[in-house]
Design a protein around this ligand. Structure first.
Ligand code: ACO
Length: 427
């Protein structure tokens, strides 16, 4: 017999079915709640207990520190896969065959030209503009240059949109950074791999050849994979909810970029580095900042610590910590900030405040140290996160449309003024 949940309101009982996930997760399906109770709703600020959808893309067990894309462990993918393989896996459900992967890459390259007029939009931004705002705007602007809406029921149509955005997005990322630095903009080099091309587009100097460094290629490949999806987080939920109104793919992705920007989400990687820099400038006294983080009257939080879902080590943080050590070692970079980060982590993991609240380092705690060693400016860190998250957002958007999910429209409990009659302030 299948389990059910019974809710009692004023002596009246209502039964609700239990939904099971393939990893034995359980949820009470309350979709009939308002209808059967005559309008009773639920309230759950921040959706801490609310599943917004069923999804077959990413499995996450925050208690055990498990993360899998389409069944494959994040550890194995980060070690062995290419970013484009992971992108294909997330979006289409299975790893590509060699032939599919080659075609996928070729189609992406064939779609990497961005309309020259986009440069005019880019030129209109002040150099001081934050790259996340610029990227969100340019991604939205792509809609105007590619106005045909996607027929999600056509595999071919969907595929065309996927390769289009995967082709153009890295160009927008590179342009966003180079514009700020006053460097010329180009369209990359189609003879290169996807990740190699991103690095060249970002870093090539106009007066010298760009020489690929395999350490940087591996590090970026790994970072992009680790950021590629994370089930129903703030930006992904945003992409799904915007897309649920049948807004186009590029417009939905643009909204995801805006959601990712905030320091409580993807913007934390920039905030972590700024925090570590500030601690260094202040003499490296980690204890002082630990005390600030615990002081409820101080708004300071230990950036890169804590997670809505992980109440154990974020498995991505473990991989990135090892990668940060390797990259700095391989590049021969000595960064005192890495020592400060390790010191903070050690203290936090032994501190009752952090232990009791199950606050562990998250994906953003060490990623900025690698980005910095790669020569990426601090305000571009969250843009790099967006570059990695792109396939996840696309896969989630596609799944939401294919499953014909209804428009996202939460309810509320109104607690404002009750009826009052209008009295004009004009005499
Ligand atoms: N430093 C100090 N205290 C913290 C921190 C932190 N980084 N994170 C949580 N806490 C405390 C809170 O003050 C709260 O304490 P209380 O129970 O005494 O009131 C308790 O831990 C629970 O915190 P919430 O904010 O309720 O947890 P929530 O799940 O809403 O927030 C979040 C999660 C936003 C990630 C939070 O931990 C945070 O602000 N961390 C710092 C920012 C950060 O690193 N964000 C990146 C997240 S990963 C990502 O998005 C890719």
């Amino acid at each position: 017999m299948s389990e059910k949940a019974t809710l009692e309101i004023n002596g009246q009982k209502y039964d609700f079915p239990i939904v099971y996930g393939s990893e034995n997760e359980k949820a009470i399906n309350i979709s009939s709640l308002r209808a059967v109770t005559g309008g009773v709703t639920t309230i759950d600020p921040g959706f801490k207990n609310t599943g917004s959808c069923e999804s077959a893309i990413t499995f996450l067990d925050g208690e055990k520190g498990i993360l899998r894309y389409r069944g494959y462990s994040i550890e194995e993918l980060a070690e062995k896969a290419d970013f484009l393989e992971v992108a294909f896996l997330l979006i289409f459900g299975d790893l590509p065959t060699e032939e599919q992967l080659q075609k996928f890459h070729k189609d992406i390259k064939d779609n990497s030209i961005v309309d020259e007029d986009i440069r005019k939009i880019l030129d209109a931004f002040p150099k001081s503009a934050h790259p996340m705002g610029v990227l969100s705007s340019l991604t939205s602007a792509l809609t105007a240059f590619n106005p045909t809406s996607v027929n999600v029921d056509s595999e071919e149509d969907m595929y065309k949109s996927v390769v289009k955005i995967l082709g153009k997005f890295p160009v927008l990322v590179a342009w966003t950074m180079r514009k700020k630095q006053g460097l010329p903009l180009d369209y990359g080099d189609n003879s290169l791999g996807y990740v190699e091309n991103i690095l060249k587009m970002m870093f090539k100097q106009p007066n010298q050849d760009y020489v690929q460094n395999p350490i940087l290629v591996n590090a970026l490949n790994k970072l992009l994979i680790l950021h590629a999806d994370h089930e129903q987080n703030c930006s992904t939920s945003t992409v799904r909810i915007v897309g649920s109104s049948h807004a186009g793919l590029f417009a939905s992705l643009s909204s995801g970029i805006s959601a990712l920007w905030g320091p409580l989400h993807g913007g934390a990687n920039q905030a972590v580095l700024e925090m570590l820099e500030a601690i260094k400038e202040d003499g490296g006294d980690t204890k002082k900042y630990m005390a600030k983080a615990k002081d409820k009257s101080d708004p300071f939080r230990l950036m890169g610590f804590g997670h809505r879902v992980y109440k154990n080590f974020d498995p991505r943080a473990k991989i990135i910590k090892v990668a940060a050590d390797e990259v700095l070692n391989d590049l021969g970079v000595e960064d005192p900030i890495l020592d400060i980060a390790k010191g903070l982590e050690k203290e936090a993991l032994a501190d009752p405040y952090f232990v009791q609240r199950k606050l562990y380092p998250n994906v953003d705690f060490y990623s900025g140290i690698i980005y910095r060693a790669m020569g990426i400016p601090v305000d571009m860190f969250t843009v790099m996160f967006a570059l990695g998250r792109l396939p996840g957002w696309i896969g989630q958007w596609r799944e939401m449309r294919l499953r014909k999910e209804p428009i996202g429209r939460p309810r509320q409990i109104y607690n404002g003024q009750t009826y009052r009659s209008f009295k004009s302030s004009k005499s």
